[in-house]
Design a protein around this ligand. Structure first.
Ligand SMILES: *[C@@H]1O[C@H](CO)[C@@H](O)[C@H](O)[C@H]1NC(C)=O
Ligand SMILES: *[C@@H]1O[C@H](CO)[C@@H](O)[C@H](O)[C@H]1NC(C)=O
Ligand SMILES: *[C@@H]1O[C@H](CO)[C@@H](O)[C@H](O)[C@H]1NC(C)=O
Ligand SMILES: *[C@@H]1O[C@H](CO)[C@@H](O)[C@H](O)[C@H]1NC(C)=O
Length: 434
């Protein structure tokens, strides 16, 4: 009896040890994870990537207090703008089931919600008080205009550099969710093209990308709620423009992918996803460094993959780098990358914003001739515009038919002065709920 107990005890300890391999070595994700094989695979996958850029621990000034940090952006002068919720939080009681904000009647956040830091992490400006309820996206365009979204207000705002108290442009109706031409439902993000045209990701409850001309007139929209087509979006959460590639890329959050579309006509180009990034992808930022790179952050999921930042080569689709503040991130919500390759990540919780610097890139930019010794160790090819990928997206037999159907799903918005019957703005939805 006693012997049996000892044997059991030994067995148990052996199993336990196996279940927590490498507890003190480089384990890049939470340890409450039990599958050795998966654990080994993930660690091996991460080991193959270059660990870069590096976290700058003392950035920004720690005395600056932030609430939930929902967005981060870089302005043309190199300042870093952080959009945060101060004392407000988005939790289960924030909205009704019909997406109406439950704090209507309360005052807007009295604290400045836009905090401006310089490169060395000192607070150089702050604004955005008495305007917002649940801040979400922030983008700065090439002229220094700041574009903000508030999911409680269901609105999108543009602020010019000389007027930070009154928006120069407001889209959507205050506190009124909707999916028609004049309403959004928890719009998440804006991207602004150098031509002045801009895109809105709408958003948590709608599944569309809307393109506007600089003056705020709708030009185009796309996106589907149902199915698993390239156009199906499940929380389009962030946007970035890859202008050299004429593409608008969307962080399609709950589908764990970056989906890129032609920025001129919304045609699908390709998407990126990877098992190491997992099923949730919160934000994406494009940089033209080395022919183009996408910087992404994933998010917590039950897939066992760690929450980290990743860098993907735009053209090859290769996953080349990974980074985190310490072992992993917690709830990264947005990402921005400077022309020099400095990366900023906003974390919803803990209330933090992190800076990462790629020394190799910085050194390179001081050299006369470009280095060709790749510092990246490409390992994995993520989904890109290959036939295999397309087959996977469309399903073997139906490839051609689906492709044809997809092409027809774009709808050009008719301008107001058109006397034509407006085309349906949203593609026909299946009547079954999904
Ligand atoms: C950042 O701002 C602080 C305070 O205004 C200033 O002392 C510092 O030199 C600035 N750093 C840079 C890189 O401009
Ligand atoms: C978008 O433009 C490309 C290139 O001209 C074309 O191949 C594609 O069919 C267009 N898509 C739509 C939906 O118009
Ligand atoms: C960048 O240059 C600095 C100073 O010359 C050097 O100490 C550092 O090791 C270099 N880093 C990389 C990644 O090349
Ligand atoms: C890199 O540059 C060296 C000389 O500068 C050259 O010999 C080599 O072929 C280059 N490698 C690639 C991959 O271009």
């Amino acid at each position: 009896m006693f012997n049996k107990f000892i044997i059991l005890l030994c067995l148990f300890s052996v199993i336990t040890a196996q279940r927590y391999p490498g507890i003190n070595i480089n384990n890049y994700f939470s340890r409450n994870y039990f599958d050795d094989q998966q654990y080994t695979k993930i660690n091996a996958g991460i080991e193959k990537l270059e660990h870069s850029p590096q976290w700058v621990k003392d950035w920004p000034d720690a005395s600056v207090k932030l609430g939930q940090v929902s967005g981060v952006a870089i302005d043309p002068s190199g300042h870093i703008l952080v959009f945060h919720r101060a004392s407000n939080v988005w939790d289960a009681s924030t909205f009704s089931i019909t997406n109406v904000y439950q704090g209507i009647g309360e005052a807007a956040i009295a604290h400045p919600t836009v905090m401006v830091f310089n490169e060395t992490g000192e607070l150089v400006d702050m604004w955005g008080e008495n305007l917002f309820f649940i801040p979400h996206g922030i983008t700065v365009d090439g002229s220094g205009n700041v574009w903000l979204t508030d999911v409680a207000l269901h609105q999108v705002f543009k602020f010019t550099p000389d007027q930070r108290k009154v928006p120069a442009l407001t889209l959507g109706e205050k506190f009124v969710p909707g999916e028609d031409e004049t309403h959004f439902c928890k719009p998440s993000a804006v991207a602004v093209h150098s031509s002045g045209d801009f895109f809105v990701a709408d958003g948590y409850c709608n599944t569309r990308i809307i393109k506007y001309s600089a003056d705020g007139n709708r030009i185009l929209q796309w996106g589907r709620r149902f199915g698993s087509t390239p156009f199906t979006l499940n929380v389009p959460h962030a946007l970035t423009l890859a202008e050299e590639h004429a593409a608008l890329c969307v962080a399609d959050r709950e589908r764990g992918r970056v989906a890129c579309f032609r920025s001129d006509n919304g045609s699908y180009v390709h998407s990126y996803s990877h098992w190491l990034i997992g099923p949730r992808l919160f934000s994406v930022a494009y940089s033209s460094i080395h022919g183009g790179r996408l910087y992404v952050v994933n998010g917590p999921s039950n897939s066992g993959v760690p929450v980290r930042g990743y860098v993907i080569e735009y053209t090859s689709g290769r996953l080349i780098q990974t980074f985190a503040a310490g072992e992993s991130l917690s709830n990264p919500h947005d990402i921005a990358v400077s022309p020099a390759g400095d990366v900023y990540v906003a974390e919803l919780n803990p209330y933090r914003v992190y800076k990462f610097v790629d020394d190799a890139l910085r050194n390179e930019s001081f050299k006369q001739e470009p280095t060709n010794s790749s510092h990246a160790k490409p390992t994995a090819t993520v989904g890109r515009k290959s036939l295999t990928r397309r087959r996977w997206e469309y399903g073997h037999g139906e490839f051609k038919l689906r492709r044809l159907l997809e092409r027809r799903r774009f709808t050009r918005v008719h301008s107001d002065d058109s006397d034509e019957e407006p085309a349906p703005m949203l593609p026909p939805q299946p009547s079954a709920t999904a």
